[in-house]
Design a protein around this ligand. Sequence first.
Ligand SMILES: *Cc1c(COP(=O)(O)O)cnc(C)c1O
Length: 451
Amino acid sequence: MKKTSKILLSEKEMPRQWYNIMADMPNKPMPPLHPATREPIGPEALAAVFPMELIKQEVSTERYIDIPDEVIDLYKMYRPAPLFRAINMEKAIGTKSRIYYKYEGGNYSGSHKANTAIAQAYYNKQEGIKRITTETGAGQWGSALSWACHHFGIELLVFMVKVSYHQKPGRKLLMNSYNARVVPSPSTMTESGRRILEKDPDSPGSLGIAISEAMEIAVQDPYTKYSLGSVLNHVILHQTIIGQEALLQMEKADDYPDVVIGCFGGGSNFSGIAFPFLREKLANGKNIRLVAVEPASCPKLTKGKFMYDFGDSAGMTPLLPMYTLGHNFIPEKIHAGGLRYHGAGVLVSQLLKDGFIEAKAKMQRECFEGGVLFARTEGILPAPESTYAIAGALDEARKADIEGVSKTILFNLSGHGHFDISAYEKYFEGNLPDHEMTATEVDAAIANSEI
Ligand SMILES: *Cc1c(COP(=O)(O)O)cnc(C)c1O
């Protein structure tokens, strides 16, 4: 085993292809359905909202897809991303296991979301698009897309979930600095926003509502497209650069993970690190566990229902087969804003249903506790979302110690928490409530979201 705690790749060693798990899935996902007719739709139905190249990726069954040179050049601003062994944290908890993490916060956006933002802005530019609309929860996705759009000369309009808009003014200002326009959602700019405000003028907003608003604007203009920061197959494809690099880095470390862990919002950073390792299991029979960690207050994987549901609250998206809490569900205002989405991506949902991945739910106080331990030992203040992956990794290490075995644990540190200081302040004041959705609440949320 290597002694140093930092495992790097050179630019030359950076993978030149994304990995598409669709090629290796034993059961392919069920098709998307038209929101009105409920008939299976083909790729052409998405042409009003996405550029053609991304639609092709969305339905592709090619195993590896080449990363365009221009995207590679921009990736090189911050990639290959480092892989660290968390030696100081291992010591602090006295574990016999080895804990590694891939750090995706070292770029202009502070999270993994830059990996798909750059690719999506590039493909939109190639097809002559002038403006993009999008939603953002905690603001990481909006920040990631703002810079990428500005780089390619595309205007960006961001609908930001209202509760985060007020909780995280720094994120809004970062987006403005990268030249994007940011509107709190629900807004009066759209029909879907106005409908929500009529019912509830104090609505804190949700990702589902913000997606409806962004899509509504995009379908009205042929030069405006819509862009999503998680959930969809093409987004997950772009994030596999994380796991593709991590495979090579683990090899350099002369080690191999028993378990790979990621926090879970819509599934992009978890899938990004896990899918290239899952391929080793599906294709080469490697014995490895993949664990997604979600908030107990938004437990779509552990308590949600596998069914067709909308991706947004107004019912504008195609119906997708996924684990969901219902498209009208508005989660508690926990601080991991990026994990407050009602559903899970189609690929992850099918893989979970088929037993190839695992999921667990955790409360926010325990996650922040892990986050603070991580900051004090490893010297990086994690994003609130990423603390769920840290807590998941600590669980695995403690479990191994109780069993008297030593495991190799790899997790994805999806972002830094420099814009989330006020959430840490609440944690230190003892002012961070735990919340767990009960089975009755889940049933009610699903019943409230009939399709
Ligand atoms: C958006 C975000 C997440 C959650 O989204 P996924 O698509 O599930 O990865 C997690 N961590 C950070 C730092 C984020 O910005």
